[in-house]
Design a protein around this ligand. Structure first.
Ligand SMILES: Cc1ncc(COP(=O)(O)O)c(C=O)c1O
Length: 487
């Protein structure tokens, strides 16, 4: 078993199957031609890579019972696919996907833009564990929603989002994050990224030309601002959050911040800094854009509420399902003061006329039915274990390494003392060992701060949520070996 509760697709194991079968096979077998339908579904699942080589199939008896077909239909389909080279099996020993089974040309590689992202040696931040996506619950909600939606729901949606989803999200955000969320002041977006793009366009329309961002900070923030014609002005972050005196000196009227878990430095804004930031926004009538990208996950205490709750009139709150469910869903939200929200809705209309209706309705059902809370609890438990495993692995294999930042989110900052080699050499040795690592310096905006150093300690931004404790330990061991080479 992996620590996410699923069975790794190893030969001879079938436990953990039912959820996956629901997706691989037709929801309802046709009355006629059942054997052929099953063969087609299995063949496609193997060709597309959804069923990996070595994956064990359920026994013909189990699958027949699950699908409500006779056992002969399943054995016939298995035999046919064994003959075609997709499956392999022996009487009494089971059936599994053959090594080197025919794959659809390019299927597995063209579906993804970065196919090595999230692999066992990839410690870069940004991804949740995609294998935790609740496929069965999501697809069940999808089936219910598609069956239930009235015809008119498939027309052009309200660009601000489905009312039922806005109501569900407003309840969720006020309960979990302390957001002052009125469904009328909330809109559905394609992730935080689109929320920021919309806000950037609105600010530009209002005559702003520059927006403060955190330094170190997210390159996404700068890139999205640039796409809307705005210049990003980096403002330093210290142990308490954004330096508000430096922000005031920058003479901007908007700032993007990550107060719950600063990205990437990992600090939580202090109460004092939050109050100063809100006071600055009030005094200058500025807009604070809060990016609550991973605010649900806090492992040492209850999460601190959103900054927006302190001053809803000056703070626009943005978040998404990218860290809690999956970034591929492209579903997020924006809660903003009335005028800003109205202007953003006009922009959203001209951009894409609104998010897809079915996905919105599924998320609404998912949230209202308690599945979203369940998913967060499950991820919280596993990610905490993974963070603990990461801390233990560094203590065991790279003594003196300091894990910094609050116990939260999907990444940690780990600082390795100078004795583990000059930063540039250590990073090169790690890369040569196949590790994918991002130093904190990559997230600094001044060119001089970004250059690899010849001496001193090195801080790494380590994403851990997507890897099991075993994989994390193995990766840290590899890093320790690389550090010995570099020292
Ligand atoms: C700090 C931060 N905020 C927001 C985003 C984008 O999030 P979304 O997928 O919701 O657009 C990213 C992307 O990884 C990020 O690093």
């Amino acid at each position: 078993m992996t620590d996410n509760g699923t069975t790794s697709p190893a030969r001879g194991t079938t436990a953990g199957w039912p959820a996956a079968w629901e997706l691989l096979l037709p929801a309802r077998m046709p009355v006629r031609g059942r054997g052929r339908a099953l063969q087609t579904a299995l063949r496609e699942a193997v060709r597309s890579g959804r069923l990996a080589a070595g994956t064990a199939l359920p026994s013909s008896r189990e699958l027949a019972a699950d699908l409500g077909v006779s056992r002969g239909v399943v054995t016939g389909a298995y035999e046919q696919l064994v003959a075609e080279g997709y499956l392999t099996g022996r009487q009494g020993a089971g059936t599994w996907v053959a090594q080197g089974a025919p794959a659809a040309a390019g299927a597995a590689t063209t579906l993804f833009s970065e196919d090595d992202r999230g692999g066992p040696l990839d410690l870069r931040p940004g991804l949740p564990d995609l294998s935790l996506f609740p496929r069965a619950a999501w697809s069940a909600a999808h089936r219910r929603v598609v069956a239930r939606l009235p015809h008119r729901a498939f027309g052009y949606p309200d660009p601000r989002g489905l009312p039922v989803l806005r109501a569900a999200l407003a309840e969720l955000l006020s309960r979990r994050r302390g957001v002052a969320a009125d469904p009328d002041l909330l809109m559905v977006t394609s992730g935080v990224a689109q929320a920021h793009t919309l806000l950037g366009l609105v600010l530009h329309d209002r005559g702003e030309r520059a927006v403060a961002i955190e330094d170190p900070g997210s390159p996404e923030h700068r890139g999205l601002l640039a796409a809307t014609g705005l210049t990003a002005v980096p403002v330093p972050v210290d142990g308490e959050g954004l330096d508000v005196a430096a922000l005031a000196a920058a003479r901007v009227r908007a700032a993007i911040v990550t107060p719950s878990h600063q990205f990437p430095a990992g600090v939580a804004y202090s109460a004092r800094r939050r109050a100063e930031l809100v006071a600055w926004a009030r005094e200058t009538d500025a807009l604070v854009v809060e990016d609550d990208y991973d605010g649900d996950f806090r492992y040492d205490r209850a999460p601190v509420g959103a900054l927006q709750g302190l001053e809803p009139g000056q703070v626009a709150y943005t978040g998404s399902v990218s860290k809690s469910l999956a970034p591929g869903l492209r579903l997020g939200w924006l809660v903003a003061p009335a005028e800003i929200l109205a202007a953003a809705a006009v922009r959203k209309r001209t951009m894409d006329l609104g998010n897809p209706v079915t996905e919105q309705a599924v998320l609404a059902e998912f949230v209202a039915g308690g599945h979203y809370d369940r998913q967060l609890r499950r991820c919280q438990r596993l990610y905490r274990q993974r963070r603990d495993a990461l801390v233990a692995a560094f203590a065991a294999h790279l003594p003196g390494a300091r894990v910094e930042g609050i116990a939260a989110g999907l990444h940690a900052i780990v600082t390795l003392p100078e004795r583990y080699g000059p930063p540039a050499r250590l990073l090169a040795a790690a890369a040569a060992a196949g590790l994918r690592l991002r130093p904190l310096s990559d997230y600094r905006f001044a060119a001089s701060d970004r250059a690899p150093k010849d001496a001193g300690a090195v801080s790494l931004v380590v994403g851990y949520a997507h890897l099991t404790p075993e994989a994390l330990t193995a990766a840290v061991r590899l890093l320790a070996a690389a550090a010995r080479d570099a020292a």
